[in-house]
Design a protein. Structure first.
Length: 121
C-alpha cells in the first residue's frame, strides 16, 4: 500500500528556535530525567507544506492519467475501428494533461532546507 498526501496531514510538529547565524535549533521540552540526545533530520514547515502541495498535485495528475491507462489497457476496438479508437484515446489524453495540475519540479532551494541538525535540550 502506498502513502498519499492524506497520510501526512496529522504529522507531529515540534516548535523550536533556529539561530539565524549558525543554524542551531533549540526545542526545549519538559525533562523526565532520562534525557539522551540523538541526531534527527528536520525540514522547515514551509518546505514540508510545499512538498505536500506538490504531492497532492502529483496525485491528481496520476489519477487522471491512470484512468486513461486503464481505458487503453482494457478496451479492444471493433474490427476496422483502430484509428477511431486511437484518436479518441489521444483526445482523452490531451484533455487529461490539460485539466491536471501542472507538474512542478522540485526547487533547488529544498536541498539547503533538508540539512540534518542536532536538537539540543
Amino acid at each position: 500500500m502506498s502513502a498519499n498526501a492524506d497520510d501526512f496531514d496529522e504529522v507531529e510538529r515540534i516548535v523550536g528556535w533556529q539561530c539565524i547565524g549558525c543554524g542551531r535549533i533549540v526545542a526545549p521540552q519538559p525533562c523526565l530525567g532520562v534525557c539522551q540526545e540523538r541526531k534527527v533530520a528536520l525540514v522547515s514547515a514551509d518546505a514540508y507544506e510545499a512538498a505536500m502541495a506538490r504531492l497532492r498535485d502529483s496525485e491528481a495528475r496520476l489519477a487522471a492519467l491512470e484512468g486513461l491507462a486503464f481505458r487503453l489497457a482494457l478496451s479492444t476496438p471493433r474490427r476496422g475501428e483502430w484509428e477511431k479508437s486511437y484518436r479518441t484515446l489521444q483526445e482523452q489524453a490531451r484533455r487529461a494533461l490539460h485539466d491536471a495540475p501542472p507538474a512542478a519540479p522540485a526547487p533547488q532551494a529544498q536541498k539547503a532546507l533538508s540539512r540534518e541538525y542536532f536538537v539540543e535540550p
